[in-house]
Design a binder for this molecule. Structure first.
Ligand code: 13P
Length: 260
């Protein structure tokens, strides 16, 4: 296990309602206060509930450095006539300090292309947001042994517009490796597979930015749960987890956070 502080993120996706999500965060805070896990925790609620969740954290006097808030997506445009969109600066108004970009559901369900993802990265980083870029291959790409090729393309295209900024300061960028076939399927990638891809991502980041990037966190996501978290998080170059399904259960999520 390395010494870097781990980041464990809860991606609630489009789940729950006001009542159930308030209960979820209240239950989670109760366990959190008892256990005090040593990692940084990030909650990514549906954006319409950001304010309510933020109020619960304030009410329970939880320091924002311990449990942060983030948005699951941001607009690829600055404020203007873009109906239905939320700009990165708007999410800041709701105490968001993180933005998730290029999640596989955005890429595959909403057909977000690499140009759009690069624009979002640029806007988010320019706005000084902690920015999590998701990368990962589909099952067809995995079967054709194209994982590294896909990840190289996704990293290069997303970071290219921001590379000048990142060369002088890469403290705000985080990568999440989420194999598409492992998301919500219960099929976690093998430890060897995760290890291999994460060290590949580290090498690509070093090459793209031309510097040692050991301080850039690389998270793993895809069917992480309370039973497999500890072995995944003990791998080198795994600096945290991006958790979907299991983050909707406060007990399972606190178990993941305290498995470090
Ligand atoms: P699951 O943990 O449900 O597989 O989801 C992973 C994910 O997509 C997190 O962003």
């Amino acid at each position: 296990m390395n010494n870097q502080k781990y980041l464990i993120a809860a991606n609630w996706k489009q789940n729950g309602d006001s009542k159930s999500l308030i209960k979820l965060i209240n239950d989670f805070i109760k366990s959190y206060k008892k256990i005090k896990p040593r990692c940084e925790i990030l909650i990514l609620p549906p954006s319409i509930y950001l304010n309510a969740i933020s109020n619960r954290l304030s009410h329970h006097k939880i320091p924002r450095k311990k449990i942060s808030l983030g948005s699951q997506n941001i607009s690829s445009f600055d404020n203007g006539a873009y109906t239905g969109e939320l700009s990165v600066d708007m999410t800041k108004d709701y105490n968001c300090t993180y933005a998730l970009i290029g999640h596989s559901e955005r890429r595959h369900v909403f057909q977000e292309d690499e140009k759009t993802i690069a624009k979002k990265m640029q806007l988010s980083l320019a706005s000084n947001m902690n920015t999590i870029l998701c990368v990962g291959e589909t099952i067809a790409e995995y079967n054709k042994k194209l994982t590294k090729k896909v990840i190289l393309r996704q990293l290069k295209s997303a970071l290219i517009k921001s590379s000048v900024l990142l060369k002088s300061d890469h403290s705000k960028v985080i990568i999440a490796y989420e194999p598409v076939w492992a998301i919500g399927t219960g099929k976690t990638a093998s430890l060897d597979n995760i290890s291999d891809v994460h060290s590949y991502i580290r090498n690509v980041l070093n090459k793209i930015l031309g510097i040692k990037t050991n301080s850039i966190k690389i998270l793993y996501g895809g069917s992480v749960n309370n039973l497999n978290a500890s072995s995944i998080l003990s791998l080198s170059n795994v600096n945290g987890a991006l958790v979907g399904g299991a983050s909707l259960n406060s007990k399972k999520f606190i178990d993941i956070c305290s498995s470090i």
